[in-house]
Design a protein around this ligand. Structure first.
Ligand SMILES: [Ca+2]
Length: 191
């Protein structure tokens, strides 16, 4: 009886081993809550609008699922913005950002910043160093990626989706993913 149990034990062990390998091989967890904008009532994104530049979660802006984020910027002076919550970080931590964007007219652009703030809420490091711009996707969806390292003094990290003060136009965003990675191979995996 004892010998007949051995193969089953061996198979179970193999199964566990495969599961562990798979878990280790998968991408790090997405830190962005409601990154696909499917929950329109969620407060995970803090949205800042002006009279002539608005960011809205809506059904016309879905890359996947039913909803996405649209920024409609009709002012050459102001912007609209959607900000994820500030998540704790520390200098030297590396993040991989991935998002999809679609511009609706030539010359339109929008961007996402991986924003690092210090303990007082002030910008840490060079904000332009952790920024990806989506320009002229000709009405189609395009994927964009960015890797950013938390600078000296960084206490929190967030993703900010925005237009530019001198730009006008309509840009859709969807499927925002921000993952902490530990090395370049992880960054590639997260992409
Ligand atoms: Ca979506």
């Amino acid at each position: 009886m004892k010998t007949s149990h051995l193969p089953r034990v061996a198979l179970l062990s193999l199964g566990l081993f495969s599961t562990t390998l798979h878990a280790a091989d998968s991408a790090p967890v997405n830190l962005i809550e409601n990154g696909g904008f499917e929950d329109a009532t969620s407060f995970a994104w803090r949205i800042v609008n002006t009279p002539h530049a608005t960011a809205t979660i809506n059904e016309g802006a879905a890359h996947t699922g039913k909803r996405g984020l649209t920024i409609k910027d009709e002012s050459a002076e102001t912007i609209a913005r959607a900000m994820s919550p500030n998540l704790p970080t520390a200098p030297g931590r590396v993040y991989a950002l991935k998002f999809w964007a679609r511009t609706h007219s030539y010359g339109t652009c929008g961007g996402i910043s991986v924003r690092f703030l210090d303990a007082t809420g002030a910008t840490a490091g060079d904000a332009t160093a952790s920024h990806a711009q989506a320009t002229d996707t000709q009405g189609g969806w395009q994927e964009f990626t960015l890797t950013a390292t938390a600078p000296e003094g960084a206490a929190t990290v967030a993703a900010w989706i925005h237009t530019y003060s001198r730009q006008e136009g309509v840009v859709d965003f969807d499927d925002i993913e921000l993952r902490e990675v530990t090395e370049k191979t992880d960054a590639k995996k997260a992409r």
